[in-house]
Design a protein around this ligand. Structure first.
Ligand SMILES: Nc1ncnc2c1ncn2[C@@H]1O[C@H](COP(=O)(O)OP(=O)(O)OP(=O)(O)O)[C@@H](O)[C@H]1O
Length: 637
């Protein structure tokens, strides 16, 4: 990447910002296309970007050593006080791209003790994201040992809790647009004070804010944003909504696009996510997913998407009969439970999470082709489910290796967000979509979003190579038998039971986790729901049912997993404090294993999932890699 925009000035006086904004109005701001693969020699470190040592040390404690491409370009510009629109793929590190410079500015400027309102507001579309961004800021502040007050405001808080949170005032508020607007309209936040103190406004996940129905709130809020306020807009996809927001809030910003425009597919999907599909009837999806999981053809952890809550319970009950433990996540569950499920899954307490995303409700209505009516306002979107829930949107699931679309999302943009839950930062991942004939249309839309035309064979979403017809057929009888036993009534009862459990959990969680925030293991979300105990003979797939090709494939997937430093036995240990950094693949992976990987049929090697960040094992399919072996920094073998 060219060495540009590397001249940060750390402190910006209000006067200077004012002048700059005036200047920005007449300047034609550049569109910066950031190349994703940086030339090693030109790679920058955080120091060169102008970050101060305390922040760099904090990052180091989080095992974050080098900036991602979007961070390399955005951080210096933000430090200079520019308005920035950053569009970069899911998982590319956009959160730190704005958090680091804004914290640096706050540390350097030490906000005036006389101010009556916060100096920084970060707006996100969902409560889950509020919590995620809040945790990220607080952990950085703690690691830097600086005195900054950050609060999250959500619409479930009582007025008195909001007032308490706003007393002080805090330096940073993380919230949704609707909630900040409520605070303003109820006088908990004074417009005049806000205009005097607000110096940075961030619109995170900007491509989603309007589809969540926040347009009126953001419009109302924009009236309270002073001209000199630096505005940052982060988004994973571009859309008419992002343009609208840009016009509403920003003053002639720098537009950062990652990576270079031109390669449409690379424009939106992380390169390190391998995409596969399986074409099957809707009815056969259960047997296919059983084969994928039971024969261990996909790497854990696995995030499975369905389009309805009933379907997620149907899947859970179906899995239970085969001894596969999973948890469900949806908008119906209480907020505390959802948060806890996310944390427990991220910490590795269970391997399979079945999520119903919000595609039915807060659909990506900015996708013009979706034909799904745009939500007019939050008032009109009232429903039993939590309107501020968003499992897909921006949530940083840790170490999800595989995303399975059990049902295809309803829009192509939804697909991008779903599969963006894997392959985050420098990790690799895979997605497998089960596509029924009824879903071909959306599948074509997805392919065309990636720049493919429907007549040619898909280049980017390949047929899943590891599952043979025989393997599927060998499981068919059992799968269909069990599927019949998962009746509508059973699904309804389990759903109600789970909700009851989680409401109880939620109360316990509230009290308990205030005192013991790290005690994730207390409540199990992957508990069995079915009344009928699973039949013991269904737990294991007998040898005679396994076909040799699939067995071989399964072995390769397991080896890849070992190569990445995971094993079933170390999962809980990882959670109990072993950092990812300490997982040593050399202990679980031998030279013989490397040979097995290399001698595998080429189509198996096409799963390029064997990177361990920048350290590792090389099977760069579809061709056999030139380098075969493993290397760890400071531990060459
Ligand atoms: N420089 C870095 N090096 C390694 N990991 C990083 C770096 N920056 C961020 N990460 C990690 O990458 C993950 C994804 O980051 P983040 O959630 O900010 O992505 P995002 O671009 O906002 O994705 P999305 O569009 O899905 O919200 C996080 O776990 C974060 O801690």
């Amino acid at each position: 990447m060219a060495k540009r925009n590397r001249n940060p000035q750390n402190v910006n006086s209000e006067q200077k910002q004012e002048q700059e904004h005036e200047q920005q109005k007449v300047e034609d701001k550049p569109v910066v296309a950031v190349e994703e693969e940086q030339d090693e020699e030109l790679e920058q470190n955080f120091e060169e970007l102008g970050l101060e040592p305390r922040l760099i040390r904090a990052l180091s404690k989080k095992s974050i050593e080098k900036p991602t491409p979007i961070q390399s370009v955005a951080i210096p510009l933000i430090l200079e006080g520019k308005d920035v629109v950053a569009r970069a793929k899911t998982g590319s590190g956009k959160t730190l791209a704005y958090l680091l410079p804004l914290l640096q500015k706050l540390i350097a400027d030490s906000p005036s003790k006389n101010s009556l309102a916060p100096s920084t507001i970060i707006l996100v579309p969902t409560r889950e994201l509020c919590q995620q961004v809040y945790s990220e800021v607080t952990s950085l502040i703690e690691l830097c040992r600086v005195q900054l007050k950050v609060v999250q405001l959500t619409s479930t808080m009582s007025a008195s809790d909001m007032k308490t949170a706003l007393a002080g005032p805090p330096d940073i508020i993380v919230s949704t647009p609707a909630c900040v607007q409520t605070c303003l309209s109820k006088g908990m936040l004074q417009s005049k004070s806000l205009q005097e103190s607000l110096s940075t406004l961030v619109l995170d996940e900007a491509d989603l804010l309007l589809s969540y129905g926040y347009e009126d709130d953001i419009k109302a809020l924009s009236a309270h944003v002073p001209k000199r306020c630096q505005c940052l807009l982060m988004s994973a996809t571009s859309s008419a909504d992002v343009e609208k927001l840009k016009k509403l809030i920003l003053h002639n910003p720098y537009i950062l696009t990652l990576p270079e425009v031109g390669d449409v597919k690379d424009d939106i999907i992380p390169k390190n996510v391998q995409q596969f599909y399986i074409s099957c009837s809707a009815r056969d999806k259960l047997v296919y997913i059983l084969a994928l999981l039971k024969l261990e053809l996909v790497q854990k952890k696995v995030l499975i998407f369905t389009n309805s809550i009933d379907m997620s319970f149907r899947l859970k009950l179906f899995f239970e009969q085969f001894g596969i433990k999973s948890a469900v996540l949806n908008a119906e569950l209480p907020q505390n439970s959802r948060q806890h499920i996310l944390e427990a899954f991220s910490a590795g307490l269970f391997d399979y999470l079945i999520a119903t995303d919000d595609s039915q409700s807060a659909e990506e209505s900015n996708d013009k082709e979706s034909h799904i009516p745009r939500k007019k306002s939050r008032k009109h979107s009232k429903r039993k489910l939590d309107a501020e829930f968003g499992v897909v949107r921006g949530i940083d699931f840790k170490d999800v290796h595989t995303v399975v679309n059990f049902e295809m999302p309803q829009t192509a943009v939804g697909y991008v967000h779903r599969i963006g839950r894997t392959g985050r930062a420098y990790n690799s991942g895979a997605s497998v979509s089960l596509v029924s004939p009824e879903e071909f249309e959306i599948f074509e839309e997805i392919k065309s979003l990636m720049g493919e035309n429907d007549t040619e064979e898909s280049k980017f979403i390949a047929p899943f190579p590891l599952l043979s017809k025989n393997a599927v057929e060998s499981l068919r009888y059992r799968a269909e038998d069990v599927a019949r036993s998962v009746t509508k009534i059973a699904v309804r009862e389990s759903r109600a039971q789970d909700l009851r459990n989680e409401i109880l959990n939620s109360e316990k969680l509230k009290a308990h986790f205030q005192d013991n925030p790290k005690d994730l293991d207390l409540l199990k979300h992957d508990k069995t729901l079915s009344k009928k105990a699973p039949a013991s003979h269904l737990r294991d797939v007998p040898e005679y049912l396994l076909d040799p090709t699939t067995q071989e494939a399964s072995k390769i997937v397991k080896l890849a997993r070992a190569a990445m430093g995971y094993s079933n036995s170390n999962r809980r240990k990882v959670f109990k404090g072993k950092s990812k950094r300490n997982r040593n693949p050399l202990k679980t992976f031998s030279a013989a294993d490397v040979n097995v990987l290399l001698s595998a049929p080429l189509h198996f090697q096409s799963i390029r999932c064997y990177h361990i960040c920048n350290n590792v094992v090389l099977v760069q399919g579809p061709k056999r890699s030139h380098k075969a072996g493993m290397k760890r920094k400071g531990n060459d073998e």
